[in-house]
Design a protein around this ligand. Structure first.
Ligand code: NAI
Ligand code: MG
Length: 398
């Protein structure tokens, strides 16, 4: 078999830095691939009026697997300001290229694993029954529906007549909002489809089965949001009964889950949720394992085999131009490991994760976030490792 081709989309800011370091790690681990750069991000918005050029979409369609750094987004007005003069009269509106990618390729399965590394000084600790300090090892794989729900974009302020009339057919709308002037109403919908719900639930259960997690937790709010959360819960129950009798199905409400987050996070295995609750619960869990420097993610379409792998963090513009980069590359490196899992290169992924684990547990090389320092150029003098030194340390272990 020939070498694989991976589309790399560095994007903006620190996205470029962490992606470069990650490719060095992949090379050192013996992963053989051709890398083709896909243009994405702010630079292309300014120059071309499109942060996600068609040629990048074509590249991903052809090669299916992409590594993505991060992009910078700015509010509509600021985005317009920076647009090249000759593009200013073309009615262009900035839209997030990540959301664009998700929609274009139907990347409806988002996986955000949160697994503690032994010896990470950022690990969550709590006080036990006898006043002792406990450090629970977290290993939760969070599946987030990535394309629907509250982030689906179907929303209005001062809704059009037809929408308003439709709302007025609902007795609860009449009772609670019927006397409010239409102009004073904003509506954001939360639409779940059976198809997408089935897909995210299936992905969660399959993951639990493949990696021997004893439970899948549905984290929604079916007792209150009866139609969407309710449908999801019912479908999860049916699926568990029919196809995964050996995996337990737990049902937690998002609010309670956030409270239990610090009480017993080690009890959770696979967690599955809709778009917004998945976003919330995955950020919550990421905080327990070290935060943005450690939070990786995958966005996948199992039908087409297309996957985009990226750290959860953004482009952190204030750190982008440091002469010596100080940010932690581990979230990006972890994301690349998820890519390797996805393309059945689990052995190389395991090798890299082992190297990362060794560096962390030895504790000799730590980026500023791991030393709990404020991010400033002088952290290097104070003993923090640079981005490159962290990657070097991982490569050394390989
Ligand atoms: P951010 O994630 O870029 O940075 C927030 C803070 O987290 C940083 O100031 C830094 O203290 C810390 N941090 C982030 N990554 C780190 C790393 N690898 N190691 C150590 N510390 C790290 O979020 P922010 O500042 O809200 O957004 C900056 C830009 O990124 C915005 O334009 C935003 O729209 C965009 N963004 C893009 C995302 C993406 O591409 N997926 C996701 C989130 C934000
Ligand atoms: Mg988020």
């Amino acid at each position: 078999m020939g070498k694989r081709t991976i589309v790399t989309m560095p994007g903006d800011g620190i996205g470029r830095v962490v992606l470069d370091e990650t490719i060095r790690v992949l090379d050192a681990a013996g992963f053989e691939a051709n890398y083709i750069v896909g243009d994405i991000g702010w630079e292309f918005w300014i120059k071309e009026g499109n942060p996600l050029p068609q040629r990048t979409i074509d590249l991903i369609a052809e090669h299916k697997i992409a590594l993505f750094g991060a992009i910078t987004s700015k509010p509509k007005d600021a985005a317009f300001e920076e647009l090249a003069d000759e593009l200013k009269d073309k009615n262009l509106v900035y839209a997030s290229p990540i959301v664009g990618l998700r929609q274009h390729f139907g990347l409806d399965i988002c996986l955000r694993p949160t697994k503690s590394y032994l010896g990470n000084p950022l690990n969550f600790v709590r006080r036990g029954a006898n006043n002792e300090i406990e450090e629970p090892m977290v290993d939760a794989a969070i599946f987030r529906q990535n394309t629907e729900g509250l982030y689906g974009g179907v929303e209005w302020s001062n809704p059009p007549e037809k929408v308003y009339d439709a709302l007025m057919t609902h007795p609860k709308f009449v009772k609670n909002f019927g006397s409010t002037p239409k102009e004073e109403i904003s509506v954001s919908t939360r639409i779940f489809t059976k198809k997408a719900t089935e897909r995210i639930l299936r992905a969660a259960f399959e993951h639990a089965k493949k990696y021997n997690y004893p439970s899948v937790t549905l984290c929604e709010k079916p007792n209150v949001i009866r139609e969407t959360s309710g449908m999801m819960y019912k479908m999860a129950q049916q699926m568990q009964k029919a196809d995964y009798p050996n995996i337990e199905l737990w049902n937690t409400n998002i609010d309670a889950q956030m409270m239990w987050l610090t009480k017993n996070p080690e009890n959770y295995g696979v967690i599955v949720a809709g778009n917004m609750f998945g976003d919330i619960v995955s950020d919550g869990f990421a905080g327990l394992i070290g935060g943005l420097g450690f939070a990786a993610s995958a966005q996948m379409n199992p039908d087409t085999g297309i996957g985009v792998f990226e750290p959860t963090h953004g482009s952190a513009p204030k750190y982008a131009d440091y002469e010596v980069s100080i940010i932690n590359p581990i979230a990006m490196i972890e994301s690349a490991c998820m890519m390797l899992d996805f393309i059945e290169e689990q052995q190389i992924a395991a090798k890299i994760r082992k190297a990362v684990a060794e560096v962390i547990s030895e504790g000799q090389v730590r980026t500023y976030d791991m030393m709990k320092m404020a991010g400033r150029p002088d952290v290097i003098q104070k003993g923090a490792a640079s981005t490159q030194q962290m990657a070097d340390a991982i490569i050394e272990k390989l």
